[in-house]
Ligand binder design. Structure first.
Ligand code: ADP
Length: 456
């Protein structure tokens, strides 16, 4: 590139702040392992290590028909899943929109709405779809994916700690969400039993395990990021359980890792994002890694370069000046722009973000900035995964890792970058870990959790 000396030195300096060299990588892995241990010993730690009460993983041989309800994003999903063994299954699903009224009203109304959707969904099915699938009093078993903070005390019991993502229903916090859903189903006489409550990471792990029985980790890399893994119960010191199972799935809640900002490579661009966010000093790891934030970090860097008159002739736009106007999908497009003139990058900058004019050098700098931000995200994911793999003691034996989320699915080189960091850290043993896309696994996983508990 035809960068000037001042452009070059600015980029080098920014790049340095985002760098995760070998020493840093090891430091992060070690701290992550310590935080996992603390979380397994005591409640209320930074990395919460939430027990899921799921004590088995599927073998792929299971058969049966189960319902799943997935609540946690903009859409509500109801699925009927028929497991046909050998890792095969058929799925029927329906999405429903949740209106603001339900998100912010009485909890009872929201749960009545959920029961209504299940009722409607069943009414539209052919009875042969689920005939012969019911156990115990003719009810269909349902797995409930509920992706909000929950204090779980059994596979089918969990109290809501707080709402997030725009939900604010009254009379729900502190109550058992399984009980509330079951009561709503009973009121409408819908013949469904809520058999299991799972986090989306746990669902992703289970769904991937049905296809790949060697799966030990389930990961979300989408709007947010989190992970669940299979842990020895004897290591979960804080668990008062008389279960005679040997393993349990733990939901790490890893987004909160290093909220203390001790080891992560945090730059002024991250601090600005954090300060201006609606949850400052929380979810620090998530803010460096997940899809919700990568565009905003990039925006902060570009504004800095504009203010120093190093790009775009020092001129910004109303759009670029607006919070969260840079989507992470833009980074994907810019990073994969292989045209000589960086035409795709130009379109985004000039037509989406309305920057008056950009030079090729400007666009090359922007592409470099996207690489810096995207690379750090993948390496940090890899460091966290490396810590968990080490904790699981499977460096030599290997395992499968199921990953769901648009960041992993669509960001160019994300998977390659995770793997390359694995290779740096584990040497040839890195080939023992198989990353796989587990698209929409959480619904299937919830149904599997329902199966695993009702089969006992
Ligand atoms: P969710 O995590 O909300 O259930 P997704 O897994 O689809 O849903 O993740 C959505 C997020 O993924 C978006 O907020 C955005 O940050 C990111 N994303 C969407 N499209 C892309 C893309 N093409 N490349 C990279 N990231 C993307």
């Amino acid at each position: 590139a035809n960068c000037s000396e001042s452009q070059k030195s600015a980029i080098d300096e920014i790049s340095k702040g985002f760098e995760v060299n070998k020493t840093k990588f090891n430091e992060i892995v070690n701290h992550f392992r310590n935080e996992m241990k603390k979380g397994l010993e005591m409640r209320g730690q930074t990395v919460a290590m939430v027990p899921s009460y799921v004590t088995g993983v599927p073998t792929g041989k299971e058969v049966g028909t189960f319902l799943a309800l997935d609540l946690g994003g903009t859409n509500l999903r109801v699925c009927l899943i028929k497991f046909e063994s050998e890792g095969n299954m058929s799925i029927k699903q329906q999405k429903y929109t949740i209106s603001e009224t339900y998100k912010t009203g009485e909890a009872r109304q929201l749960f009545d709405f959920l029961a209504n959707c299940i009722d409607k969904f069943l009414a539209e099915l052919d009875e042969t779809d689920y005939k012969g699938s019911s156990r115990k009093g003719g009810k269909l078993n349902l797995g409930f994916t509920f992706s909000f903070p929950v204090e779980q005390t059994a596979i089918d019991k969990g109290t809501l700690i707080s709402w997030t993502k725009g939900f604010t229903c009254v009379n729900a916090v502190g109550k058992d969400v399984v009980f509330m859903l079951q009561e709503a189903l009973n009121r409408k006489e819908v013949p469904v039993k809520v058999a299991a409550l799972v986090n989306d990471t746990v669902g992703t792990l289970l769904a991937h395990a049905y296809k790949y029985p060697n799966t030990l980790l389930g990961v979300i890399l989408g709007t947010g990021t989190n992970c669940a893994y299979f842990e020895k119960i004897s290591n979960i010191k804080k668990l008062q359980s008389s279960s005679n199972a040997e393993h349990m799935i733990i939901n790490l809640e890893w987004g909160a890792f290093d909220n203390e900002k001790k080891v992560l490579p945090i730059t002024m661009f991250d601090n600005k994002l954090d300060r201006e966010s609606n949850n400052p000093r929380l979810q620090i790891f998530e803010k460096l890694v997940s899809g919700m934030y990568l565009g905003e970090i990039t925006r902060n860097i570009l504004l800095n370069l504009i203010d120093r008159e190093l790009i775009f002739d020092g001129i910004s736009s109303k759009d670029l000046n607006t919070h969260y106007s840079v989507e992470t999908a833009y980074l994907s497009t810019i990073e994969s722009d292989d045209t000589d003139t960086l035409e795709n990058a130009r379109k985004i900058l000039e037509e989406e973000l309305n920057i008056p004019s950009t030079t090729l050098t400007d666009r090359q700098i922007v592409k470099r900035v996207c690489q810096i931000v995207g690379l750090r995200s993948a390496i940090l994911s890899s460091a966290a995964l490396s810590a968990i793999i080490t904790q699981c003691n499977v460096i030599k034996t290997g395992c499968d890792i199921g990953i769901d989320g648009s960041l992993f699915e669509f960001y160019p080189s994300f998977e390659a970058r995770i793997k390359s960091a694995f290779r740096e850290h584990f040497g040839t043993n890195a080939d023992n870990f198989k990353l796989g896309l587990a698209r929409d696994g959480s619904g299937v996983g919830a149904a599997l959790a329902a199966m695993l508990t009702t089969a006992k």
